[in-house]
Design a protein around this ligand. Structure first.
Ligand code: HEC
Length: 109
């Protein structure tokens, strides 16, 4: 019960964060994630448009911007673990980029 409560509390915070975003018709996606401090697993809803903005702003500075469809989402996960650190993404930025990649990645075989 406590877990469900904290998860929905966090989800509400995330929703509030993006409620003020001026973007039109954001793509909603969900990503399995771990809360960084408690390591609990849960699913949050992300804004794929916000993820795209971060991706385009942060991920092309050291090398050419990869196409999300260059990799499957499964392949993107370990890449993002390394690259999010390089790009200094905070936790939510990383999750949103993952949401964007999940929507646009190469189809799993
Ligand atoms: C500080 C520079 C820097 C930033 C910022 C950066 N990268 Fe990279 N990236 C690298 C370097 C260096 C390599 C090659 C060496 C390596 O794999 O660590 C690389 C390699 C890659 C590769 C090749 C695949 C692989 O397994 O090596 C992908 C895909 C990639 N980056 C995606 C991203 C994404 C997505 C972001 C934004 C979250 C990002 N990069 C931000 C430096 C950067």
């Amino acid at each position: 019960m406590k877990k469900i409560l904290s998860v929905s509390l966090f989800a509400t915070c995330v929703l509030y964060l993006f409620a003020c975003s001026p973007k039109t018709s954001p793509t909603k996606t969900t990503v399995e994630t771990k809360e960084p401090t408690t390591d609990k697993n849960y699913t949050i809803t992300l804004n794929s448009n916000y993820g795209k903005e971060i991706y385009e702003a942060k991920c092309g500075s050291c090398h050419d911007l990869n196409k999300p469809s260059d990799y499957t989402f499964k392949a993107w996960n370990p890449i993002m673990d390394r690259m999010a650190k390089k790009a200094n993404l905070d936790y939510l930025q990383k999750q949103n980029v993952l949401g964007y990649l999940k929507d646009n990645a190469k189809a799993e075989k």
